[in-house]
Design a protein. Structure first.
Length: 64
């Protein structure tokens, strides 16, 4: 369970800068820094896929 908490915290850390960039873009009526948005979203997607895979394997390993 500790590993899950670490992974979820990492996901939050990846998504926070994306939201900040988007909010700044809205406030200033400009475009966000797309490099920050794209890189963090790609890393977040990889982490979500890992979490989803881990969840699936965990469910398959539980006895019925």
């Amino acid at each position: 369970m500790a590993e899950l908490k670490i992974d979820l915290e990492r996901l939050r850390q990846l998504l926070h800068p994306v939201l900040v960039e988007i909010e700044q873009g809205i406030e200033t009526e400009t475009y966000p820094d797309w490099s920050v948005v794209k890189e963090n979203l790609l890393q977040a997607l990889e982490l979500v896929r890992k979490l989803e895979r881990d969840q699936l394997w965990s469910a398959l390993g539980k006895p019925s």
